[in-house]
Design a binder for this molecule. Structure first.
Ligand code: KIV
Ligand code: NA
Length: 264
């Protein structure tokens, strides 16, 4: 597989071609997912839940993400590796820069940060120093205590407008990718049209340029509740390799997500 870079994703957006993304935390799954054609591997702080067994992502440290980024880097076959900035790793601009630097030195090609329009300043400082940024908007799980649960965001006209304006402001500040989590399909479409950079969605409808899922969710091995936007790709597959490949194909064909995985 060819090496995927930010310019690859920009070209896909311009050509109207979808791309697939998955979380990965180790070398084996990194190798399998990238071999299946998955363009972006996210070392997500979801590892706090699926690997470490916590109820939220808040306990995850920069060292945890750095360790798993090293593992994913070793197995990777050409995918773009994105590493999550965990809770409070950007308590100040200085800490943001130092911690993002650690993740880049662990092998990440870019970092992802949760927030809103206020992320602009930090994004500019990072991009100036050669750290490409994905801005994560909508349902940002590190805000779970502020939100009072994991709830669909951008449901009112004003909330939707705030997400659209934040995405434009953050792209102007230097963000290379926008990631939208749990927003109505219409908000996913409007943000994707509003910015020139690729938009990745999870529970954001079929119109975003890329789709992402947590690996364990799409393999159907997550314990307890699974979200509406999740599809278990093992149901119709006889191997993990086939499930990963089917996921990639369904995103490319825009048959995933289907209506049942979306919020209106
Ligand atoms: O940590 C994670 O896995 C994520 C994705 C769900 C977008 O942030
Ligand atoms: Na995350």
């Amino acid at each position: 597989m060819k090496t995927v870079t930010i310019s690859t994703l920009n070209k896909l957006k311009q050509a109207g071609e979808k791309f697939s993304c998955l979380t990965a935390y180790d070398a084996t799954f990194s190798g399998q997912a990238s071999q299946a054609g998955v363009e972006v591997l996210l070392v997500g702080d979801s590892l706090g839940m699926v690997l470490q067994g916590h109820n939220t992502t808040l306990p995850v440290s920069v060292d945890d993400i750095a360790y798993h980024t090293q593992c994913v880097t070793r197995g990777n076959q050409g995918a773009l590796i994105m590493a999550d900035m965990p809770f409070m790793s950007n308590a100040s601009t200085e800490q943001l820069l130092i911690n993002a630097g650690k993740l880049m030195q662990a092998g990440a090609h870019m970092v992802k940060i949760e927030g809103e329009a206020w992320l602009a300043e930090g994004i500019t400082e990072l991009t100036r120093r050669g750290v490409p940024v994905c801005a994560h908007l909508g349902l940002t799980p590190q805000m779970v205590n502020q939100f009072g649960g994991y709830k669909v965001q951008g449901k009112t006209e004003a909330a939707a407008q705030a997400i659209i304006e934040a995405s434009q402001k953050l792209v102007a500040a230097g963000a290379s990718i926008i990631l939208l989590e749990c927003v109505p399909t219409e908000v996913g479409r409007l943000v994707t049209e509003a910015v020139a950079v690729p938009v990745i969605g999870i529970g954001a409808g079929p119109h975003t340029d890329g789709q992402i899922l947590v690996l364990q969710d799409m393999l159907g091995i997550t314990l307890g509740h699974t979200a509406k936007f999740v599809k278990n790709f093992m149901t119709d597959a006889s191997s993990i390799q086939q499930a990963l490949s089917n996921y990639h194909q369904e995103v490319k064909a825009n048959t995933f997500p289907a209506e049942e995985h979306c919020f209106s």
